[in-house]
Design a protein around this ligand. Structure first.
Ligand SMILES: [Mn+2]
Length: 261
């Protein structure tokens, strides 16, 4: 980090056990705290450690950092330069992820996002692909909690695996999905929502929230891009550029980039 000027050290630990009794979970938690302290001590003034959690896999019985609470407890013990990293694909099915986003922002401990989406487990699919409404709800809490904008300190990252689709258009699609759900979340009439909430009007509040979600923001965003001299339709612009075709041809006979397996 010192050599490259990197600001954030993101730690995701695959550590855990597969069988009850295999190891001492409490002892492991203590050793984790000790090792994180050693790493934390090496951070520079403007560097941070973000600790990612994941409820299972590759370990199937217990994982040492399985949830936001454990990541929060460990990073709280370290100090202000340690934060939680929330990977949207690292929760049990049915988990209310936006609640976790709200809570971590409220506690000042949300350091970063790993965006992706999932149908089953840690699918690492294009963010917003599996559940656009969930991404909308997450972005609403990000904005609500001050996590959006240049000065927020919340790093928004993609953590995806493009296996079938081409990687560059896959990432363009991901950015567009986040952009679209962020724009929709910004359209929530928060004053009217607050009034409906205080009045206890359940369906009015829910209706105001959903009105924003059901608003098609694609034409507004296309105009916003054009104002800045950018292509109105980034997917089409990439396709028309011929770049994918060119790199496919250029790389024939080259060395395959992979995981070294
Ligand atoms: Mn991740």
């Amino acid at each position: 980090m010192h050599a490259t000027g990197s600001q954030d050290l993101k730690v995701w630990l695959a550590d855990g056990t597969n069988y009850p009794g295999q190891d001492d979970m409490r002892g492991r938690q203590d050793r984790l705290a000790e090792s994180l302290q050693e790493i934390y001590a090496g951070l520079g003034e403007n560097q941070r450690l973000v600790l990612e959690y994941k409820f299972f896999e590759p370990a199937f019985y217990h994982t040492d950092v399985p949830d936001w609470g454990t990541s929060y407890a460990q990073t709280l013990a370290l100090g202000e330069k340690a934060m939680v990293c929330l990977d949207t694909g690292h929760h049990a099915p049915g988990t209310n992820i936006e609640f976790i986003v709200m809570q971590l922002l409220r506690l000042g401990k949300l350091g970063s996002f790993d965006f992706n989406s999932r149908f089953y487990a840690d699918d690492d699919l294009i963010v917003g692909a599996a559940d656009p409404f969930q991404l909308f709800r997450i972005m609403y809490e990000v904005i609500r909690g001050g996590g959006f904008g240049k000065d927020s300190g919340v790093a928004l990252m993609l953590d995806q695996c493009h296996n079938l689709e081409e990687k560059i258009p896959g990432q363009i699609r991901s950015v567009l999905n986040v952009q679209e759900m962020t724009a929709r979340a910004m359209l929530v009439d928060t004053a009217a929502l607050g009034e409906a909430q205080h009045a206890g009007d359940v369906l009015a509040a829910n209706g105001i929230f959903n009105d924003a979600f059901y608003t098609d923001v694609r034409p507004i965003l296309a105009a916003w891009r054009e104002e800045r001299g950018l292509p109105a339709d980034p997917m089409a612009a990439f396709k028309a550029s011929g770049y994918q075709k060119q790199i496919n041809e250029d790389r024939v006979g080259g060395q395959q980039a992979g995981w070294g397996a």
